[in-house]
Design a protein around this ligand. Structure first.
Ligand code: HGY
Ligand code: MN
Ligand code: MN
Length: 407
């Protein structure tokens, strides 16, 4: 089995990888991400899994032995990446799911339920701005009407991007998801909890609520040289003070706030800008704390705008409520595969990272997550990594979980 996992991992290693940074650019419905989906389809067909494509860009590979009945057990993750992302965030869950099917077959296991491996589209929201777009559309958490309004940074509409990629978009609730009784997503940990605990595999307890908010700062374009400092209405200044305020508010509250994306107009070296658009990513321990943090940051931005003679408008673009994973399912999987005398059950840890598992859990699908140790905790970066031995431990743990659920 290890060679299956490592061979598959090697297959994907070069797809969408930047030779300059070593990071990945697998934006949804662009060539590299579609190459990953095509690879996934080929791997599924090689395993005689039945492929199903919904109109949202999601792909599901089904293992349905004759006699398999009842609610399906679903696993899988996503193949898209953030800009200049790591290799493991997403693909580890998809490759591990295919490898877990190999392990189960090597064990002579035959599922009594249909078992599906999903590759969800646009989990990162890196192109169209809405996190977990594919799973949200499939489960009905986002309406087709709202999705049709989405544009990428070049103004390309979602449906046009899907059609250009050769898909026949029919976005909306997916029939296949109604057949799913439980979902288990394996993912590289995007933090250091497992490292600090000295263990390779853990389970997820909860996902912090998090959101993405567009801050539009508008001011007055003017000459960078002839305009006295006291005469300016500079949106860059208002933005800068707001970014500092966000950092301070989050640090004081023990939460998370990041301005990682910025657009400046007209983006000239020798002109005071007329507008600055900045995207805030905020994550907190509770829905109330998230609302309070964003409100505090927006208020400090508005107060600064008053002083600078600029204006600020804040728009929520993607909000994910707090998610608590199914406790009974998680406890059952913490013990799955454990033999007498095995050590303590797998640790159960919270995460601040969003996942398709969070979308399905929020929609009422009994869901659990498995996390694989990340030695540095670094993620959304070319530096993201997981040791092969830990990845193989994750595959075994996922196989144990699927055997437990589909026996
Ligand atoms: O942004 C996130 O939390 C996830 O990695 N999509
Ligand atoms: Mn992910
Ligand atoms: Mn991610």
């Amino acid at each position: 089995m290890p060679d299956d996992f490592e061979r598959m991992w090697t297959d994907l290693a070069g797809v969408g990888r930047s030779s300059a940074s070593g990071g990945y650019f697998r934006q949804p419905f662009a060539s590299a991400e579609r190459e990953c989906h095509a690879w996934f389809c080929a791997q599924a067909e090689a395993r005689r899994l039945r492929l199903e494509h919904d109109g949202n860009g999601n792909t599901v590979a089904w293992w349905e032995p004759s006699g398999a009945t009842g609610d399906a057990v679903l696993t899988g993750s996503h193949l898209d990446s953030v800009l200049d992302g790591g290799a493991y965030d997403g693909p580890l869950g998809v490759v591990s799911a295919l490898a877990a099917v190999d392990v189960l077959r090597d064990r002579g296991f035959v599922p009594s339920r249909p078992l599906g491996v999903a590759a969800f589209s646009e989990e990162e929201g890196s192109r169209f701005g809405l996190a977990c777009l594919g799973s949200r559309l499939a489960i009905g958490a986002t309406t087709p009407a709202a999705a049709r309004e989405l544009r990428d940074r070049d103004g390309v509409a979602l449906l046009d991007a899907m059609a250009t990629a050769g898909l026949e978009p029919e976005i909306g609730p997916a029939e296949w998801l109604r057949r799913v009784g439980t979902f288990v997503e394996l993912h590289v940990e995007q933090g250091r909890d497992l490292v600090d605990r000295g263990t390779a595999v853990g389970l997820g307890s909860a996902i912090w609520p998090h959101g993405r908010y567009r801050f539009d700062f508008t001011g007055e374009a003017n000459h960078a040289g002839t305009t006295r400092m006291e005469d300016r209405h500079d949106p860059m200044l208002t933005y800068a003070m707001t970014a500092l305020a966000a950092n301070k508010q989050a640090r004081l509250a023990g939460q998370r706030a990041t301005f990682g994306r910025l657009e400046v107009g007209p983006n000239s070296t020798n002109a005071v800008p007329s507008r600055v658009t900045a995207w805030l990513d905020a994550r907190c321990e509770s829905d109330a704390a998230l609302a309070a943090l964003v409100e505090a940051i927006a208020k400090q931005g508005a107060d600064r705008a008053e002083r600078d003679g600029t204006a600020l408008a804040v728009t929520a673009e993607s909000v994910s409520p707090a998610v608590v994973f199914d406790d009974a399912l998680t406890r059952r999987l913490a013990q799955a595969g454990a033999g007498p005398g095995d050590g303590p059950a797998r640790p159960v840890i919270a995460t601040q990272a969003g996942h398709d598992a969070g979308v399905l859990a929020a929609a009422g699908v009994p869901t659990a997550m498995l996390f694989v140790r990340n030695p540095t905790g670094v993620s959304h970066s070319p530096g993201e990594h997981a040791e092969t031995t830990d990845c193989l431990a994750g595959v075994e743990a996922l196989a144990d979980a699927l055997e437990e659920l589909a026996r």
